[in-house]
Ligand binder design. Sequence first.
Ligand SMILES: NC(=O)c1ccc[n+]([C@@H]2O[C@H](COP(=O)([O-])OP(=O)(O)OC[C@H]3O[C@@H](n4cnc5c(N)ncnc54)[C@H](O)[C@@H]3O)[C@@H](O)[C@H]2O)c1
Length: 349
Amino acid sequence: MRTLRFGIIGAGWPGQQHAKAIAAIPGTELRACSDTNDERLQAFRHEFSPMTTFAEYHELLADGEIDAVIICLPNFLHFPASLAALEAGKHVLCEKPPTLNAAEMKVLRDAAAKRNLVYFFGRQFRFAPALRTAREIISEGKLGTIYRARATWVRSRGIPPGVDSWFTDKKRSGGGALIDIGVHALDSAWFLMGTPRPVSISAKVFRNFAHFVNAPVFNVEDEAHAFIRFANGSIIELETSWAANLTDDTPVGPEWVGRESNNCVLFGTKATLRLRPFTLFEDQNGKLVTVPLQSEYTDNSFEMQLRNFADAIRGDAAPINNAEQAFQLMEMIDGIYASSELGREVPVA
Ligand SMILES: NC(=O)c1ccc[n+]([C@@H]2O[C@H](COP(=O)([O-])OP(=O)(O)OC[C@H]3O[C@@H](n4cnc5c(N)ncnc54)[C@H](O)[C@@H]3O)[C@@H](O)[C@H]2O)c1
């Protein structure tokens, strides 16, 4: 098995998780890291010992020894860095959200296909133990037909600071709570439903709590709600917030987020499945029975994700977080913002 050499671009928390995954997966090696913030770069070098380091990501892309890059930059750099990497002949794993919009993602999808390179979007939760077990339960037919999902990631006081406050500046983030954490909740539900084709969206986003943080620019939403229809007749109801005056049925999370719930409930004709607490609510001869679930998997989700990315590069597996799904995910994000702006339901292009 040939060793695959990786470059990590962006040395923050996600970059560090990917570096740990590279260290844990046989046949992968951390060749280089790039970050314009020298303090972060040196701390990363100290902990993970990449062979080389660079400030700007363009310098890293010129390293001909690198097979693939993992992009962990602020959202507005996902598109230019992914495209430059593909043009330099590198396979790409880019953190969520894949891009700022579907038009950008379409360019990346086509560029990767044209060059026969793997494009993979970072969504480690698809590989998390409960989601893997949920997929198996669903494929055994235990839920019957899934006709509805409730996707939630809400926080009461969890507006992310980010380096230079980029999260709250639409030009650099593409949006607020929706594109930051809502995208995770939406993708988990959509993935468990088998990624049906989205057809229309009705949504409303809000900005009510900008005064909670001291950000120079705050022109994004802190809360979003959407109702998404799919071609197979199913729906997703999405609820997400960085900040809201949540009620006490939302559990208390880490100190900086206040109350928090990151959950997904899938309603089926035979049973309903909830991720947290992991439970099946099953019809047994007309009686609704509660069945506590446990995943037998213990693997780290970043490691499982990297394993699939590496296998896809070697041609041994299909990429689970593929470019077409990244495109459709961004179509849904675009649709949510468009519907809110127009004040009506919109078709998904
Ligand atoms: N998968 C997850 O669970 C998860 C969690 C957190 C963040 N993310 C995503 O990861 C990305 C980064 O988030 P973050 O919280 O680490 O942000 P951050 O602002 O903390 O880190 C971004 C890093 O990029 C560096 N950078 C900026 N421009 C650069 C350039 N031209 N070349 C090289 N480095 C450059 C910055 O110096 C900074 O260290 C975001 O897109 C975010 O959505 C994903």
